[in-house]
Structures are given as structure tokens and as C-alpha cells.
Design a protein. Structure first.
Length: 450
């Protein structure tokens, strides 16, 4: 007899308003509120601090939304941004920058302990001073959401609310380079028409050597709109790029942007290529990488997740040779071009799947490794390290991370005695790349024990 699938009815969870005390912050800077009633779930709520008594509304199985602070912490401060309560960009402005850094260091320690990188009962971590950023106006790149309100004939531009598609319309962003929102606001009247706004996906504003506005479009813009944008670009000395589903093109007259290395080399890129958002702290981070790795003219270097050559070119200035390995072919090719434009003949570039990278892909072994992966980490590179003969493993490894959980996992793998990895941590520091947010950037340097 045929049987038909009959979906079960799902019980919709009813939101409740509850009172509780925050016991700690988790690794995403969310307040941990233990249930007062046995059997009820622990809740994770953004915006509250340890020790505070709060009123919150339940959401889902383990989440909640902060409603009111009944007893505030002495560490709490008034957020400097007028949009903070609704904007989903920053999420850590309610505590000062030194305490933000202290929390981030604690998160790294806890995760290193959890993954077995160290045991606080028998050892300690070799922490160095953190690389500290300006607390505001540090972002040289912002991405803005857009929405055309047809009935009102109005374009919304801003950031999305936390865990929402709603857009918070903004005039300024305190963590962004002042020029970015100034240029977007100046362009707004040209964008605020049905012919243009209805075709906008998002806007990205960048400022390295020259301000850039990237318009993500869902279909071609009218000829007269293109002409108007061209005139605006010239008058405002701001390059405009258009990105469609399959194409990225500058308007006529727009130049290829570039970042500048610690040595003064030009690192050209296209809007959409990876670029560290905090230019000032990036310079200090690259310099610290050189100081920790100590490349010499007799040494070969692998730079994994090389991007456009942020670490590759400075390494090539100091080492015998560098192989820059990048998963995105276009950026790998850009690194090669950047090296060539800066007169370097000791840097080669390889596009490869870094999850499946092998020794045969790389050729001659390297003395030094540099890694700067995205949030998923560098598991494929760790597996490569395990497969190498001991004499082919690097003398030092520099790992730059934007996700402390995958960092802890990967460092634990690199220290794994069961895999024959004989390394020790010689340098460790937090990097204040994302001030006013819970995101954590960390640098770790490993050295092979003799």
C-alpha cells in the first residue's frame, strides 16, 4: 500500500520576557544568561555585560534580545554612535577599548586551552603587546546595503540591523574613514531615482590612494545615468566602478586603485579583492610579521592565502625567494603583476586549492611559512605540514587569524606530537583590526625546536 509523507506540525516557540543576571561573555561577546529554572536553556544575548541584571525577550532555542538593563555594570559606557542601538555593524561599543582588548585576549587563551595548545597549570603563553588601532575612523572600506522604496520613491542606504534584512539608514559611520560616507552622501541625489536605485544591489566605498565607489547593479543602467555618473566622477575626483553578475568595470577615466606596502611598493587591486579594512594596523601587522619571521636572503618562503601580496612583497624584499599561493586565480595573477611592476624577480605566484594543497604543487621546500586565511582557517595547510618529512618542514611559521576558534584548532594541529610536529610558540599578540566589534585578529609565530 502506498504511504504518503505527512509533515508534522512544528510547534512555534512563544517569545517570553524574562529577567536574569549575566554570568559571562562568550567568544562572540554575547552575554551568557543561565536559566533560573532547572531544565530551561542558557541564553546568549548581545549587548549586556557580566554582572548586569537584565530583562530580555527569548528568541529561538538559545538566543534572546536585550530589552532593558535593570542593574548596569560599572564597566558599561554610553555608546558613542547614534545608530548603535539599531545598526548591526558594531556590537561592542558599550565597553571601552581596553576592556574590549582584554576580552579578546581572554577568548584566545580560553580557546587555546580548550584545544590543548597549552595547559595553564604547567605553562603560559608568550604574549606580546597588542597592536592597538585608533578607536574610530579606522575603516578604509565599507559595504552599504540599499533598498528602493517604490511607493515613496526613495532610496535607503545604510547597514543592516543585526540578524535582520532591515536597513538602518545612516548619514555617517564613526568607525569609517570620514571621506567614505561623504562621497556616498554626495552621490546620493544621482542614485535616488527609480532608473538607477531599482537596479542597485549594494554599494562599497573604499579609500586607499583615491576614493572609490563600487556600485553593484542587477542590470545595465540607462545611457543618460551613465553619462551623469561619469560627470560626477570627474567633478568629485572619486572613481566609480560597476559590478554586475559576470563583470566588473571602471567608468572611463577611473584608475586601478592601489595600497602601499611597508616598503613603499604599490599593491594594485580591484574593488572586491581582499583588502584589510584597517590600513594603519595592517602596516604594523605586516612589520611585526617581518620582525617575527626574520626572513634572510638565503631563505625561501611560502606565503599561503597571499591575496594581492600584502605579505608576499615585503617578504620578497627580505628573502631569497617567495612563492605566493592564493585560491582565487585573479588575485594570484595580481600578486604576480604587483611583483613585476615593483621590479621583483624573486616572487612567483600560484593559484591552488588550499584545502587540497600538496608538496608536489609547491616544489622546493621553504624555510619560512606565512599564513593569512579567512575565517574557516588553514586546515589544508596543516595537513600538508603533517605529510612533510621533518627536514622539509619550515623553521618558522607565522599565522595571522581573524577567527580564534579555527586558529586554536590549527595551532593545536601544528603542535601535535602525534604527527611528529616539533614546534613551539615564540610570539603571540592580538591585533586591534576590528575595534568596537567582537571580531578578533591574532598573530602567532611558531618555531621548530632544534
Amino acid at each position: 500500500m502506498a504511504q504518503f509523507f505527512k509533515p508534522q506540525k512544528r510547534n512555534k516557540s512563544v517569545s517570553k520576557t524574562l529577567k536574569g543576571q549575566v554570568s559571562a561573555l562568550d567568544h562572540q561577546a554575547r552575554a551568557v544568561v543561565r536559566a533560573a529554572v532547572k531544565g530551561q536553556p542558557t541564553r546568549f544575548i548581545m549587548g549586556a555585560l557580566p554582572g548586569e541584571v537584565i530583562e530580555y525577550k527569548t528568541a529561538g532555542k538559545h538566543s534572546g534580545h536585550l530589552e532593558r538593563i535593570l542593574e548596569p555594570s560599572s564597566d558599561r559606557r554610553e555608546a558613542p554612535c547614534q545608530y548603535y542601538a539599531s545598526c548591526g555593524g558594531c556590537d561592542f561599543q558599550h565597553i571601552d577599548e581596553q576592556k574590549q582588548l582584554a576580552h579578546k585576549r581572554q577568548v584566545v587563551e580560553e580557546l587555546f586551552q580548550k584545544f590543548g595548545v597549552f595547559n595553564p597549570q604547567t605553562s603560559s603563553l608568550p604574549w606580546q603587546e597588542p597592536l592597538i588601532s585608533e578607536p574610530m575612523r579606522y575603516r578604509r572600506r565599507v559595504r552599504l546595503a540599499t533598498r528602493w522604496l517604490g511607493k515613496e520613491q526613495k532610496l535607503l542606504i545604510g547597514f543592516r540591523e543585526a540578524q535582520s534584512h532591515h536597513i538602518v539608514a545612516i548619514q555617517d559611520c564613526l568607525v569609517a574613514d570620514e571621506i567614505l560616507l561623504q562621497r556616498v552622501n554626495a552621490l546620493y541625489p544621482l542614485l535616488n531615482t527609480a532608473a538607477v536605485a531599482s537596479k542597485l544591489g549594494h554599494i562599497e566605498a573604499i579609500n586607499t590612494n583615491n576614493p572609490i565607489i563600487l556600485l553593484r547593479i542587477t542590470e545595465a543602467l540607462p545611457v543618460d545615468a551613465m553619462q551623469t555618473l561619469q560627470e560626477w566622477q570627474t567633478a568629485n575626483k572619486t572613481d566609480i566602478w560597476l559590478q554586475s553578475e559576470n563583470d566588473l568595470q571602471p567608468l572611463a577615466g577611473a584608475a586601478m586603485p592601489f595600497d602601499t606596502s611597508i616598503d613603499g611598493d604599490k599593491l594594485y587591486f580591484q574593488p572586491g579583492d581582499f583588502l584589510q579594512v584597517n590600513g594603519g594596523i595592517n602596516q604594523r601587522m605586516v612589520q611585526q610579521a617581518m620582525d617575527w619571521l626574520k626572513p634572510e636572503k638565503t631563505q625561501r618562503v611560502y606565503d599561503f592565502f597571499a591575496g594581492i601580496g600584502n605579505f608576499s612583497l615585503p617578504l620578497a624584499r627580505r628573502a631569497k625567494s617567495v612563492l605566493a599561493v592564493e585560491g582565487v586565480y585573479r588575485m594570484a595573477e595580481q600578486t604576480r603583476i604587483n611583483a613585476e611592476n615593483n621590479g621583483m624577480d624573486n616572487l612567483s605566484s600560484l593559484s591552488a586549492d588550499l584545502n587540497e594543497i600538496t608538496a608536489s604543487d609547491l616544489g622546493e621546500p621553504a624555510d619560512l611559512w606565512c599564513l593569512d586565511p579567512a575565517r574557516p582557517g588553514a586546515e589544508g595547510v596543516v595537513k600538508l605540514l603533517h605529510k612533510l618529512k621533518p627536514e622539509h618542514r619550515p623553521q618558522r611559521i607565522l599565522y595571522v587569524s581573524c577567527a580564534p576558534d579555527t586558529l586554536a584548532r590549527d595551532i593545536a594541529g601544528m603542535l601535535s606530537e602525534s604527527k611528529g610536529c616539533n614546534y613551539r610558540i615564540i610570539g603571540l599578540s592580538t591585533v586591534d583590526m576590528f575595534v568596537q566589534t567582537h571580531h578578533i585578529e591574532t598573530m602567532v609565530c611558531l618555531e621548530r625546536a632544534s
